[in-house]
Design a protein around this ligand. Sequence first.
Ligand code: 13P
Length: 242
Amino acid sequence: MRRKLAAGNWKMNGLRADLAALDTLAEQRGFDVDVLICLPATLIGSCAGLPFAIGGQDCHSATHGAHTGDISAAMLADIGATHVITGHSERRSDHHETDAMVAAKSRAAHEAGLTAIICIGETLVQRADGSTLAVIDAQLAGSVPDCATADNTVIAYEPIWAIGTGKVPTTEQIAEVHAHIRARLAARFADGADFGILYGGSVKAENAAAIFAVPHVTGALVGGASLKPADFTPIIAALAAS
Ligand SMILES: O=C(CO)COP(=O)(O)O
């Protein structure tokens, strides 16, 4: 099993002045889990020397070229990132990213030496009509490239209806999806039993311990609660204690 991973996703938040929060987070560390902060690309280069990993939030599928405004995986690696989020639901919806595009971005991440955190998850409508596991199957099949291994890929299950809403699935619902993802990975990849599988969506200090007790949950991808050390540190501590 991979080491546990507490990953923060700052989304489109943070100016250089806000990096002081990372120094505070660093002071409070000492937990035996991996900590990763996925920052806006503008801030990644300013984070050398901090005692945790830094990641991007997206990359282009091409290595270089005429793609105004985009960033390649190699560029992220060049400024010190070790991870990149691919297929976040906000990019799937805001930028019409398809599973095939997510797979191509994840492959580009691997080729640049980055770990891809590939996001999947159902909408509330899909949850309500009983198609959650079918959606997960389609996203896993379409978004996770064949070159994925437990060393270069982490799956993040983020139910879209739980992101930024304060609504969290029951632990039974998380358990069902995580066990399903584990089984699908084990069937497809030689080291599928070893992939990290994160949960994301309204993770807070108050619910973290219950979520981390769910089988096959190896960590969290945390949005809003990763912005302040006072909110993120207890989540890291809960993961370390799980
Ligand atoms: O989208 C998320 C992380 O990628 C989750 O965001 P929140 O933790 O703010 O719900």
